[in-house]
Design a protein around this ligand. Sequence first.
Ligand code: SF4
Ligand code: MSK
Length: 636
Amino acid sequence: MSKMKNTIDPAVNYLLPLAKKAGIETVWDRFAAMKPQCGFGELGICCRICWKGPCRIDPFGNGPQRGVCGADAHTIVARNLIRMIAGGAAAHSDHGRHIALTLLEVGEGHAPAYRIKDEQKLRNIAEKLNLAPAGKDIRQVAKEVALASLEDYSRQKYSISCNWAKETLTAERVDKLVELGVMPHNIDAVIAEIMHRTHVGCDADAVNLLLGVIKGALADYTGMYLSTELSDVLFGTPEPVVTAANLGVLKKDAVNIAVHGHNPVLSEVICDVALKMNEEAKKAGAKEGINVVGICCTGNEVMMRRGIPLATNYLSQELAIITGAVDAMVVDVQCIMPAITGVAGCFHTEVITTIATNKIPGATHVEFREDSAFDSAKKIVEVAIDAFKRRDNRKVNIPDYKQTAIAGFSAEAIMAALSKVNAKDPLKPLIDNIVNGNIQGIALFAGCNNTQVTQDNNFITIAKELAKNNVLMLATGCGAGAFAKNGLMTQEATEAYAGDSLKAVLTAIGKSAGLNGPLPLVLHMGSCVDNTRAVKVAVAVANKLGVDLDKLPVVASAPEAMAEKAVAIATWAVALGLPTHIGIVPQIMGSSVVAKFLTEKAKDLLGGYFIVETDPKKAADQLFTAIKERRKGLSI
Ligand code: SF4
Ligand code: MSK
């Protein structure tokens, strides 16, 4: 059997042999050492919920079929899954809480490092949340929006749905979700409920747990939606910006600061402060001053809003350090490998943690607080400049690989581009082209990288196949990173890979929007928390057509999913009615009840369902088949 390639990223392929030669271990070495991975875990049939365990079910039927307490495979798999959803929802929604609290501080005048950058968006949100903003002072509006958002974390009445869930979906979808009893009333309470119902001796009914899975995923959706929207208010709503991606964006003659993680509350201030400290960097010998680059989703955030180049995505974060050119890697929350401090120990790189609840042994901790954001950011940049002075240039190996990437396609930016084609009715050109088949459908790519598959390969393979079939593509998270690094967020990619009718539409819109050519083949919609931007566009289209989301020729794919957050996102995509592809075998296959529910029964209940396919070409076929099925349903 031929060995699976680690990655298709040329920069990573350039650096991995150097890492090996230097005896530096990476994620791929640890993955190889971990094999064979536990078969019980792969099937989701091991349980460690109580200390009578661990228990495991024999998948071949010869050994135990129940845990010590009597839980069977279906209960165990469903409980494991719902706890993953709780983890994902907690991560996204805690991020959202942080943003909402920052907005509240701004409204109350306690956060001098921040301001309201998009007042109009704030007022639009206030309208959506029925807060009657007309005539009110903008800080008052900020306060009211923040409090209405925080209500989604504190409401005690089960009968009232979360504001950000009920006001952002089609009415029909809201009714359906309420009827199924899966609409969240309070994000925190839903997460607590999941932890309670999965405590030893509680919910043992797999189907009931699966409905809880859907509810948990919708709590995730709620936290994500408000996080994105309030981030735009504070930091600006992204607009198309031309930048670059891959490790070649690091500069030999600059203090390179990599911002990594998810939360723009920190990275935005670092970018501001870095600009002001350029002279200090030059005095330290960095001819080109400070070069801020992004990794993972913090990278996507600053790329979308500021055109800061993206160094790399999740799986290759260690490789950024192995270039020997990163002076500081500043991390906040989520998707930060604990391994980075070990790699940094082989170089001069400072890993700087910033959040009290996210520390890594071996890192320097600079606590970040909103009320003293400038001071913390200044200290971080000083640490980076100091580290630069210790850089060993003999160890510097910056791969000469970078690609142009056009980022910044928020829902508003897409509407703005469309309004250049039809100012009165911006959605019309999109809908007309879907109806006439020039655009067959829309695919949203989300999610991570995963060592289980060749890094970036599934994203690129599926996208090229769908492009041929005239499918419009959107991307977020490390999927967006994959496309950016591999040149699919360019106009040239549209010329090279789009089917004729898709190319014609992307060219017409791009030219009208003043891009002097087509829109890029894949539209960068932001970080993993920003998937709701795609929902915003889909809901607008659905409302205009007068149909629910499960009728639209819209599909989602997380072909290299890894994180609990990705599991939660994929699940709410299903709950919203989308056929949703996963390119990794999910850890649920030990229960026929759970697998059948998610891949088949969900379709009857919600319209959306999971497609599990590890072969990217076959996955593209299945996604396109789902699109065609939807078109047939609409008689188009
Ligand atoms: Fe075993 Fe039941 Fe305890 Fe899980 S909850 S570890 S199945 S005894
Ligand atoms: S960083 S959740 S690896 S997308 Fe958002 Fe990337 Fe997945 Fe983390």
